[in-house]
Design a protein around this ligand. Structure first.
Ligand code: PLP
Length: 392
């Protein structure tokens, strides 16, 4: 009996080492990692630049507290702001904390600008925002709320993609609208560009904040640094985590200076958030992601993978029904239970992640090579043949 709380239904695998897009199991098998620790290891495993940054910082200073200036954290904030709509950053350790910071920022914004009565947030159906008490309420999934007592109040849910419903849900107590530009856990559901632009218009018309949760869709995953860039629209606040640390825990709430007006000294905090180790790794991730041509290559690899997956959908209609997503954030909609496909892929040496809507998420590292994509597609083909009873 494990001493762990059994909060995860874990597969039997354990890994001892990773290298690029590959993971090496304790039993001696190697796996092509198209899960990336659920969209975290965007630069693959043991990326030399990240390893060097972590090692170099580890020998100097791990932690000192946000009671003091942390130059690497300031630099990370400046670089994230320069590369996005944002003008201010707050660092934390996870996606849920980044969303929490966005929610707090929205309430504080209205309090600081004379509208403390605005505190509610319009959220979308099929969303996922994390596992804290506020973020399970924002996500609204019954299976996440079950047994945890009265849900945190203040979230008004409307269908994802329905701007009219969002507009109708805005009332005198509304502080913000919060959506994922691409729903990740919900099964790689891409928001229409027009929908995101309409939400921007609604927020402006009512003087409320538009918040994007880019914890999964951000940090290059969609082929742009942030997925909302595809829609040509900017939010007032945004939650980022996962790929920001490439596997080192770090999250951020990014915001315009206007939206962050209430986030004054003492208003929010985190012991670990943006500590020297985390900030050193975050900067190293940006060194790679912001380099000339990196995101263009992600887009090209994404198109390649998508085209090959679409061909598999044609070939195996009994197993796969569609491909959706953007960049290297792709979902295979299944005709069989998605967990059966994930198991068959794992059996054949490919790791992928199930998602809502009976989807299997394909989240390769953003540094994935053409050959690795071809290998993964061969494995999916083989797994589909096994599932349809054809000779593999
Ligand atoms: N928001 C989104 C869109 C996510 O996909 C996730 C995690 O999957 C979270 C928030 C929560 O992030 P974390 O698990 O780091 O708290």
């Amino acid at each position: 009996m494990s001493a762990l709380m059994p909060t995860y239904a874990r597969s039997d695998l354990a890994f001892e080492r990773g290298d690029g897009a590959w993971l090496y199991g304790t039993e001696g098998r190697r796996f092509l990692d198209f899960g990336s620790g659920i969209a975290v290891t965007g630069l693959g495993h043991a990326h030399p630049h990240l390893v060097a940054a972590l090692r170099g910082q580890a020998e100097k200073l791990w932690h000192c507290s946000n009671l003091y200036h942390i130059p690497a954290q300031e630099r990370l904030a400046e670089r994230l702001c320069a590369a996005s709509f944002a003008e201010r950053a707050f660092f934390c350790n996870s996606g849920a904390e980044a969303v929490e910071a966005c929610l707090k920022l929205a309430r504080k914004y209205h309090d600081a600008t004379g509208h403390p009565e605005r505190w509610r947030v319009v959220v979308a159906a099929n969303a996922f925002h994390g596992r804290t008490l506020a973020t399970i309420a924002a996500g609204g999934q019954p299976k996440h709320l079950q047994g945890f007592g009265p849900a945190v109040d203040g979230f008004d849910r409307v269908p994802f993609g329905d701007a009219e419903a969002a507009a109708a849900a805005v009332g005198p107590e509304t502080a913000a609208i919060l959506v994922e530009p691409i729903q990740g856990e919900g099964g790689i559901v891409v928001a229409d560009d027009a929908y995101l632009r309409a939400l921007r218009g609604i927020a402006d018309a009512h003087g409320i904040l538009l918040l994007f949760d880019e914890v999964q869709s951000g940090m290059g995953r969609s082929g742009r640094l942030f997925a909302h860039e595809w829609a040509g629209v900017t939010p007032d606040g945004m939650a980022v985590a996962k790929g920001l640390g490439g596997g080192f825990p770090i999250g951020a709430c990014l915001a315009t200076a206007a939206a962050a007006v209430g986030m004054t000294a003492g208003s929010h905090g985190s012991t670990f958030g943006g500590n020297p180790l985390a900030s050193a790794v975050g900067n190293a991730v940006l060194d790679v992601m912001l380099a000339e041509g990196f995101l263009a290559t992600v887009r090209a690899r994404g198109e390649d993978l998508r085209a090959r997956l679409e061909a598999l959908v044609e070939r195996h209609p009994g197993v796969l029904t569609a491909v959706r997503g953007r960049g290297l954030l792709l979902g295979l909609v299944c005709a069989v239970p998605n967990t059966d496909l994930v198991a068959a892929l794992q059996e054949n040496g490919l790791l992928a992640v199930p998602g809502g809507g009976n989807v299997v998420r394909m989240l390769p590292p953003l540094i994935v090579g053409e050959e690795e994509i071809a290998t993964a597609v061969d494995i999916i083909d083989r797994a589909c043949r096994t599932l349809t009873g054809q000779t593999p």
